[in-house]
Design a protein around this ligand. Structure first.
Ligand SMILES: NC(=O)c1ccc[n+]([C@@H]2O[C@H](COP(=O)([O-])OP(=O)(O)OC[C@H]3O[C@@H](n4cnc5c(N)ncnc54)[C@H](OP(=O)(O)O)[C@@H]3O)[C@@H](O)[C@H]2O)c1
Length: 334
């Protein structure tokens, strides 16, 4: 166990692709807790694409990260000391905490994780925020019906691979778009996707036309850009386009002009809707239970890419934009 508390700070706002020099590792003493607080030893840290937006210094739906302050994100950890009646030593918790070996909480920003439901790392992935994003985005906005054609971009990531599998559970035909042969093979051979497209080696529109002979009923968009422009050309009447993420533009300094889609939406009586997972905060318990049960009974498979060491968290974060991960990207801290 670390005898000191190491933390990662954001010291420079990234320009374009984030770089190692935008981050700094600092060492402090382990914090002490007051009455009502608890001390958490971090075990897993989650790196997530949305954090790139918080590094810009502009308020969006969340406050920006401040320079020279500890980054915060999803952490799974163990309570090692508690002066809070609701938490006991040894319990596993998950919450938005610092990128540090140790964090102090008053209990408001964390939840308990049941290690019997699924491995604790999944509280940051398939039975955590990305899983909830897939679950509510697909079911509430996409409203999949059996036999429909569902296309998901960013398909081999934490959200995407969950979307595709839930669509299969609902009886849909699923086409996944991802960025390597290893990824598309995994989606098809291990997760049962019907068709896959490697957007780095294939002509996406051409491959989509052959993979979707009856058009696209639901598009779950994780990436935006030219991939989404191609999918939009094939949408069906009454199709639903679920706007989850636009990772292809997160490192852009200027927005890029893209085709206007309003006419297409009118001509196909289609729905396009963006969402943020916390829109569904009142229903998270339902999501955790259903996702946990699907994992437990084998209906949902998951994969994690795990990097060791807090000091490697920036590298793991940057890797998200280079397609390094298959499934949920985590950092093992202790
Ligand atoms: N709306 C919400 O509440 C919400 C919540 C969570 C996540 N999201 C969004 O959902 C998306 C997926 O998140 P995640 O956590 O599951 O991440 P992820 O998919 O596990 O990791 C990112 C993946 O994006 C792909 N990618 C990177 N740059 C790309 C580009 N220029 N074009 C196409 N693909 C690219 C890479 O795979 P390839 O090898 O395939 O390129 C990479 O592995 C992100 O856009 C994220 O912001 C939204």
């Amino acid at each position: 166990m670390e005898k000191v508390n190491r933390s990662i700070l954001l010291v420079r706002r990234p320009k374009g692709m984030p770089k190692a020099e935008d981050f700094k590792l600092v060492t402090n003493s382990i914090p002490t807790i007051k009455e009502g607080e608890l001390l958490i030893r971090s075990i897993y840290l989650s790196v997530d694409p949305y954090m790139r937006g918080r590094m810009r210094g502009i308020k969006t739906y969340v406050d920006p990260f401040q320079l020279n302050e500890v980054l915060t994100g999803g952490i799974v950890g163990e309570v090692i000391e508690s002066k809070n009646l609701s938490y006991k030593e040894g319990e596993i918790v998950e919450g938005r905490l610092g990128w540090s070996d140790y964090s102090v909480s008053n209990g408001d920003n964390i939840r308990k994780v049941d290690p019997n439901l699924a491995p604790i790392s999944t509280a940051l992935g398939i039975v955590g925020m990305p899983g909830l994003t897939a679950y509510f985005g697909l079911l509430d906005i996409g409203k999949p019906k059996a036999e429909e054609t569902v296309v998901v971009s960013g398909a081999s990531g934490a959200v995407g691979m969950t979307v595709g599998q839930i669509a299969k559970i609902k009886g849909c035909r699923v086409i996944g778009i991802a960025g390597s042969e290893e990824k598309v093979n995994y989606l098809k051979n291990e997760l049962g996707f019907d068709e896959t497209i490697n957007y780095k080696t294939e002509n996406v529109l051409k491959s989509l036309k052959s993979a979707c002979p009856n058009g696209v009923d639901i598009y779950f968009d994780n990436v935006g850009g030219e991939i989404s422009d191609a999918v939009m050309r094939l949408i069906n009447f009454y199709s639903r386009i679920v706007l989850c993420g636009q990772i292809s533009s997160y490192n852009m300094e200027k927005s890029v002009e893209s085709p206007r889609v309003q006419s297409q939406l009118i001509q196909r009586s289609a729905l396009m809707k963006g969402f943020i997972v916390r829109d569904y905060a009142d229903h998270f318990e339902e999501g955790y239970t259903q996702l946990g049960n699907w994992v437990k009974n084998g209906s949902l498979k998951y994969r994690e890419s795990i990097v060791a060491g807090l000091e490697n968290a920036p590298k793991a974060f940057i890797g998200l934009f280079e397609g390094e991960n298959i499934g949920k990207q985590l950092v093992r801290i202790s």
